[in-house]
Design a protein around this ligand. Structure first.
Ligand code: NAD
Ligand code: TYD
Length: 339
């Protein structure tokens, strides 16, 4: 079996590559990644030692490059992680989100149709459902919750989902879609909440909490997400959407305090800053469908996952120090200096 993993130099895609190389050593994996600011080839350095793995630098919106690659490689399965993924950046500059997340998905599906891919799997997000109120904890997102997006990021992901379902219905492309909650774990880019707080806390820098820190996210350890995708591409039903979530809701401020506590730092580092525009209040996934139909459930307890994650950031300083000392400095300055 030959699998194309797009966006595999990013956070979840790289974790998926390592998971698959170990779980299915007989599979061939090809990673197509444009190496944007979020992609990092050093993340894949161990995978690159594996003869079953190949890296190709390229943009999923580049139709010629994508079609040539499909013709040459004859993929059985495509898993599309490639995306612009950060809500705050989508508020600053939506255009590239529409290009990569929507048009890139279309190019990959056109190539999948032409070269008879047996499964096209789209990595989506719970953010396509919009948000839930904070005062109704019983409400959760199911696969039939209406699409109702808030940010240019989530709108672009929802558009891609709708296109996938249209390609299934109209052209018979064998698609599956997974909509996952917030992931955390190794190789998470420093702009996102958990790595940002770990890295800032280690440097005794202020910890910028948006608004009052009351917003809730449902955190899933990245390896559990990888397991869910593996199960869906093997056992999932085409044309179906699967919600993937951790049953692990936490307020942002709770997350920040856990990190401070584990690192032995002071809560004085917490700084409440101007809220994100259109900030989604709460995400909560109901993963009953994937549990009942495919036997997947979140295995990693948050206490264990966050412990492993903090340990990873402590043991892999060169990985993130290289990022935060580069272009990221300008990003941080722009987003946080007078917030
Ligand atoms: P990431 O930003 O860490 O990585 C994205 C990767 O895609 C990078 O390697 C980047 O170089 C690559 N890429 C971007 N534009 C590209 C293009 N035009 N062509 C080829 N490659 C391109 O993102 P992530 O957090 O790993 O997210 C991966 C996927 O999972 C995304 O589709 C995202 O919407 C989805 N998702 C993420 C989360 C989360 O918590 N991080 C939760 C649910 C769903
Ligand atoms: P993020 O990691 O950007 O993921 P998403 O917006 O996709 O859920 O943010 C998680 C939560 O943390 C979100 O409610 C915004 C909040 N947040 C902060 O309070 N401070 C920060 O510096 C960042 C990056 C996020």
């Amino acid at each position: 079996m030959k699998v194309l993993v797009t966006g595999g130099a990013g956070f979840i895609g790289s974790n998926f590559i390592y998971y698959m190389l170990k779980k299915h050593p007989e599979y061939e994996l090809v990673c197509l990644d444009a190496l944007t600011y979020a992609g990092n080839l050093s993340t894949l350095k161990d995978a690159l030692q594996n003869p079953k793995f190949k890296f190709v630098k390229g943009d999923i919106t580049d139709r010629t490059l994508v079609f040539d690659l499909f013709k040459q490689e004859n993929f059985d399965v495509v898993v599309n992680f490639a995306a612009e993924s950060h809500v705050d950046r989508s508020i600053e500059n939506p255009e590239v989100f529409l290009k990569t997340n929507i048009l890139g998905t279309q190019v990959l599906m056109d190539a999948s149709l032409k070269y008879n891919v047996k499964r096209y799997h789209q990595i989506s997000t719970d953010e396509v459902y919009g948000d839930l109120p904070l005062d109704k904890p019983e409400l959760m997102f199911t696969e039939t919750t209406p699409i109702h997006t808030s940010s240019p990021y989530s709108a672009s992901k929802a558009s891609a989902d709708l296109l996938c379902l249209a390609y299934y219905r109209t052209f018979g492309l064998p698609v599956t879609i997974s909509r996952c909650s917030n992931n955390y774990g190794p190789y998470h880019f420093p702009e996102k909440l958990i790595p940002l707080m770990i890295i800032n806390a280690l440097a005794e820098k202020s910890l910028p909490v948006y608004g009052k820190g009351e917003n809730v996210r449902d955190w899933l350890y990245v390896e559990d997400h990888c397991k869910a995708i593996d199960v869906i591409i093997h056992k999932g039903k085409v044309g179906e959407v699967y919600n993937v979530g951790g049953h692990n809701e936490k307020k942002n401020i709770e997350i920040v305090k856990i990190i401070i506590d584990r690192l032995g730092k002071s809560e004085d580092l917490i700084t409440y800053v101007t809220d994100r525009k259109g900030h989604d209040l709460r995400y909560a996934i109901d993963p009953t469908k994937i549990t009942n139909e495919l036997g997947w459930y979140p295995e990693t307890k948050f206490e264990d996952g966050i412990e492993k994650t903090i340990k990873w950031y402590l043991e892999n300083k060169p990985w993130w120090q290289e990022i935060v000392s580069g272009e990221y400095k300008n990003y941080y300055e722009k987003m946080y200096s007078d917030r």
